[in-house]
Design a protein around this ligand. Sequence first.
Ligand code: SF4
Length: 428
Amino acid sequence: MDILEKLKILSDAAKYDVSCSSSGSDRKNTKDGLGIASSSGICHSWADDGRCISLLKILMTNYCIYDCVYCVNRSSNDLPRATFTPDEIVDLTMNFYKRNYIEGLFLSAAVFKSPNYTMELLLKVVQKLREEEKFNGYIHTKAIPGADKEIVDKVGKYVDRMSVNIELPTEEGLKLLAPHKNKESIFTPMKLIKTGIMQSTEERKIFRSSPKFVPAGQTTQLIVGATQDHDLKILRLSEGLYNSYNLKRVYYSAFIPVSNNPKLPVLKSPPLVRENRLYQADWLLRFYGFQAKELLDEEKPDFDLALDPKCDWALRNIQLFPVEINKADYDTLLRVPGIGVKSAMKIIQARRFTSIDFYDLKKLGIVLKRAQYFITCKGKYYGIKSMDSEIIRNQIVEKIPMEKNHHQLSLFDKVSLEDKYIQIGGQL
Ligand code: SF4
């Protein structure tokens, strides 16, 4: 099979993995090297079908010994298979980089022969790229569940980021849909990476030349909608991962039906709105000081698909509003729907000099579409003269038509500037 045919098969097979992003690394170029991971040229843009468009995103192989029923590469699936040799991937990466097609490599793999054997292949690629080709661009690889510590350690010294995909939020889900995997085989490499990062950070405080270990941190991916698990379960898991394993990101991937297996739910289309709500809630956990238990509970275990999670929380806690924009502290401002991290900082800075009114907020570029119902400015309320949560909800839902949220965000969508700002900037 020629290299182009392999590339077609193995880049297509990689598109279901959304756990790649190229930010967070500061690897510099060297005198005799090529590439730099820290420049602004490295970004994480996404094509409509989920592929990252700035990294060479491929699988080393799509031959898999496992048979996860939700996965297109499962061993029982009849599809064209291919495997790159390590040299082929190195050549592709170097040639694409030199032509300015890519800014780095996202290299994943199905489980070929065994977890350790697969990791050995990944090691050959990254070792050759760094040591022989002096490639200093961004590299993100997988840590294969079940692989030994030694091999994870070796790979971690060459790459910027690693990810171990959890895929399903519960042990029961794994037993049902991915019986060859278990929680332990997934969490063990995650723990190894966390320990390696901490050790390397400590060593580098003493010896600046100590090798970095996975300097851009680790990520994971969770599939949404392949099991009956509620959003609450997923969000609690993400919170635990951020707290216990210092994950950089949890990526959520709406389940795409790739099989008629009766163990899988029957879905008309991938649950993209739900995926979007989980991303928004994840943002609230990481940057807004929310806890999973504030956003959802056993009585309400799933997000309202018609409202973003912060609006939903505010309406369920309407007694806390409206807040006076000139008096509220930073943490309280952050809880106002529509006021994000940047907006809250702008307000705090601006009111050092003057007291702010509604029009000043507009001049500061603050999006008031949602915020108007939850704030006062100099004691004046600009909402609908009612603090009834149901009435406010109807106003907000009416202004955010559901169909806008029914597809994945694209660079080329005809979305209003205000909505783009909210979605891209995460200013919830
Ligand atoms: S181990 Fe990975 S590649 Fe193999 S079937 Fe499971 S999810 Fe797919």
